[in-house]
Write a new protein. Sequence first.
Length: 232
Amino acid sequence: MNIAQRLAAVRAAVAAACERAGRPRDAVRLVAVSKTHAAEAIREAYAAGQRDFGENYVQELVAKRRALADLPGIRWHFIGHLQSRKARDLAFPQAFVHGLDSLSAIQKLDAAAREAGLRIPVLLQVNVGDETSKSGVAPEAAGDAARALAACGALSWEGLMTIPPAVANSEAARPFFRRLRALRDSLSQDFDRPLPELSMGMSGDFESAILEGATLVRVGTAIFGHRETRPR
Ligand SMILES: *Cc1c(COP(=O)(O)O)cnc(C)c1O
């Protein structure tokens, strides 16, 4: 299958999961994770109607954004771990930052956004599996990070993002997705704001994530095929 065909299959699976969950199809946005794939692959997906793309590395995102500047309406999602010294590079129009988990990165991105005259939508990354190897704030620390985020005038805090522990199958990931949603609900109440977005679910488990309330699913392999080069 080519990229357009795989994209069509993923879209159909997203629509089916929405239907199973009793949610409208437009409640879930598909982010095509293009990390390590060439700009030409992104053009193919764009030609098939895809507009939201996700990248893990700031330099790679910046280079691709430049190479694809001729594509109107393309939107870039930064889904990697944001280091504060790279924050400035993400202060561009239509950026969406999923991977915020440190006070310094939050403050640097806020400052960069303010300087650029932008208000950037962001998500707080939470390590729901409490794995030492993973990025994201611990669930217990989410309140403190959220307080910092909520105070940033140039960042629009929209919700939470997570990468669950690797599990045997899609179904086994559901408790982690459920935990993220519950945390979102309680933060939403504590901070008295809507927090509509839940970024969760990848190629192997996006259907489970949709059943648990995902609004942004980040799908790479199922659209672009296996990544041959190691991410930089
Ligand atoms: C690479 C990556 C994805 C996509 O993973 P696939 O299994 O290829 O769909 C999603 N989210 C994050 C944070 C990633 O790093």
